[in-house]
Design a protein around this ligand. Structure first.
Ligand code: TXA
Ligand code: MG
Length: 353
């Protein structure tokens, strides 16, 4: 199939021509679109055939549920039952924005969309183009990240084109995503609000908003537990974001990290391997690898989150075989960064102090 490309300038709202994308989504087709977190691959959330097409295009296991994107809280009321007061508080505080809530669903959303679950994930994105697309189409849009299953989530339209060109009806190109990591997911269908996937909105922010304890699904924090407990978000059990080569994280005091990474790089280079390092602006010149990518500034943790996935993709494109990364356990979005990085590394981490 030929994938229609619609290029929109985020700052030129008057020239946003998206009629074709709207008619595609209304008639059960698939449209990739930008959000503030990552690009999504959208289909009508009420249409089971659209859900099936999403799974097929991504090569995604059908037990991995999709997030339903909405424009207005009334739509959440339409598709959910027993909405707890916590959901209203969080929606008031963090929507539109990078937060997904798990709530009990009613019969409007088909089981194909929720991977067979009786709960549904809902998110109201804040990206201006996503909001306009949702408002004008008046369709609730089921959208996973617009990557092939197992690849890093796409943070630019080029990433989407790379993975899905020819497999979906349309791509709305709207520039680079601001945050660069997927939304925080909080489960409100159980007694204690539980974070199933860390993101821009962290535990402290949820606790402050709800004035109560929030827990993090233990299965996503600890590599050993991961082997024994099944994470509550089905998608978190898959080895996502895995680059083609092997990735190791080195954690500890800066100079020791640099020394350790360089020793390893040297060894692999002498074996004829193509090597790579994920660094930051202040350390990128200190490494001897074939490819060294800085993903941000040490004192701006949001810049690190934003560029991580693009770096993982770049290493793949350059066929790097052995990669090392510094550790980025920063105060706010650090837990989300490390969650994704650890998954990419298959939880392979060396501590050097
Ligand atoms: O930022 C985001 O959330 C992006 C953009 C496009 O909105 N979307 C995204 O979707 O990351 P996806 O499909 O790549 O990740 C959805 C995650 C998966 O881990 C899935 O298992 C989990 O949400 N999930 C969805 N519905 C769920 C449910 N009812 N219960 C538990 N986990 C659920
Ligand atoms: Mg995904």
């Amino acid at each position: 199939m030929k994938t229609k490309k619609i290029v929109l300038d985020i700052n030129d709202e008057k020239n946003w021509h998206m009629d074709e994308a709207i008619s595609i989504i209304k008639s059960g087709g698939l449209v990739a679109f930008p959000t503030e977190t990552v690009y999504g691959l959208g289909g009508d959330a009420e249409n089971k055939e659209a859900a099936k097409k999403i799974y097929a295009a991504k090569g995604r296991p059908s037990d991995n549920p999709l997030i339903v994107h909405i424009y207005d809280f009334k739509q959440a009321e339409k598709i959910c039952k027993n909405i707890p007061k916590e959901a209203r508080i969080l929606a008031e505080k963090f929507w539109p924005g990078p937060m997904t809530m798990i709530l009990e669903k009613n019969d409007i959303i088909p089981l194909e969309t929720t991977g067979g679950l009786e709960t549904v994930a809902i998110r109201m994105p804040s990206h201006k183009i996503a909001r306009e697309f949702l408002r004008r189409s008046n369709v609730m849009i089921a959208a996973p990240s617009a990557n092939l299953s197992g690849r890093p989530s796409p943070t630019t339209a080029m990433h989407v084109i790379h993975d899905l060109d020819g497999k979906i009806d349309c791509i709305i190109e709207g520039g680079e995503c601001d945050i660069g990591l997927e939304s925080s997911i909080i489960d409100l269908s159980t007694n204690v609000p539980t974070i199933l996937r860390p993101g821009y909105i962290n535990k402290e922010m949820f606790e402050e908003a709800l004035q109560r304890e929030v827990i993090i699904d233990p299965a996503i924090l600890d590599a050993n537990k991961l082997k024994n407990i099944r994470p509550k978000a089905p998608g978190m059990k898959y080895r996502h974001y895995a680059p083609k080569g092997s990735l190791t994280i080195v954690e500890g005091e800066k100079d020791k990290v640099i020394r350790t990474i360089n020793e390893n790089i040297l060894k692999y280079k002498s074996e004829g391997k193509k090597t790579g390092v994920i660094a930051l602006d202040d350390t990128k010149d200190k490494y001897d690898a074939d490819v060294v990518l800085s993903i941000g500034e040490r004192d701006n943790e949001y810049s690190i989150a934003k560029h991580l996935y693009a770096a993982l993709r770049e290493f793949d494109d350059m066929n790097v075989e052995v990669m090392y990364s510094e550790s980025f356990a920063t105060p706010n979005i650090g837990q989300a960064i490390m969650n994704r990085l650890l998954k990419a590394a298959g939880h392979h981490i060396i501590r050097v102090d």
